[in-house]
Design a protein around this ligand. Structure first.
Ligand SMILES: [Zn+2]
Length: 188
């Protein structure tokens, strides 16, 4: 969404371009503005799924006000639940090709020859981001910012999906929750 907004050349877009160029952290105001604009577009008229937003309680408060203003129903929040230890072992298994950028996972999507890129034979590396201590720091930040969102929305809004199952199973569970949600508000 940031890249699209940046290309669109709007006022918000200019701010988004700057953030993308600097790799800076994105403030709540900018994220909120971009989401509010995006969900006003016609392809969102019958519903939409936001991945990774709202990420903080202030964002959730803003988002609720936008939904109320536009007469939209209370959202369904899908919590993909994966224990920290499972996330750490998945993420520390990530390997990247330094030449073509392709990402492998030593556990889930290994290359044909251990440690080498299928496309060009380059020796795969572990990115700085995927080191265990960096991952644990990110998980702590997640707990501090995003954990309270689940409490803020409460059990009537949050549906928990077991994220340790296969990608297909998780996709099916998310689709089921989404269908339930759309029938609850009588659209789709
Ligand atoms: Zn490669």
């Amino acid at each position: 969404m940031f890249r699209a907004e940046c290309k669109a050349g709007t006022e918000l877009g200019k701010a988004a371009c700057e953030i993308l160029a600097k790799g800076a952290l994105v403030g709540d105001d900018l994220v909120n503005g971009i989401v509010a604009n995006r969900i006003a577009r016609p392809d969102c008229a019958n519903g939409f799924l936001l991945d990774g937003y709202p990420r903080t309680v202030p964002q959730a408060i803003y988002f609720s006000a936008v939904l109320r203003e536009r007469d939209l129903p209370v959202p369904v929040v899908i919590h993909l639940d994966v224990p920290d230890e499972a996330l750490v072992s998945r993420l520390t298994a990530r390997r990247q090709c330094p030449d073509c950028g392709h990402i492998y996972n030593a556990l889930l999507q290994p290359p044909q020859i251990t440690g080498l890129c299928d496309r060009d034979g380059a020796a795969l590396i572990t990115r700085e981001d995927d080191r265990e201590e960096v991952i644990r720091r990110r998980l702590r930040a997640y707990d501090e910012l995003t954990g309270p969102i689940l409490k803020w929305y409460g059990p009537s809004v949050v549906r928990t999906v077991d994220g340790t199952r296969s990608a297909d199973d998780v996709a099916r569970a998310v689709a089921r929750v989404a269908m339930e949600a759309t029938s609850l508000v009588g659209v789709g």
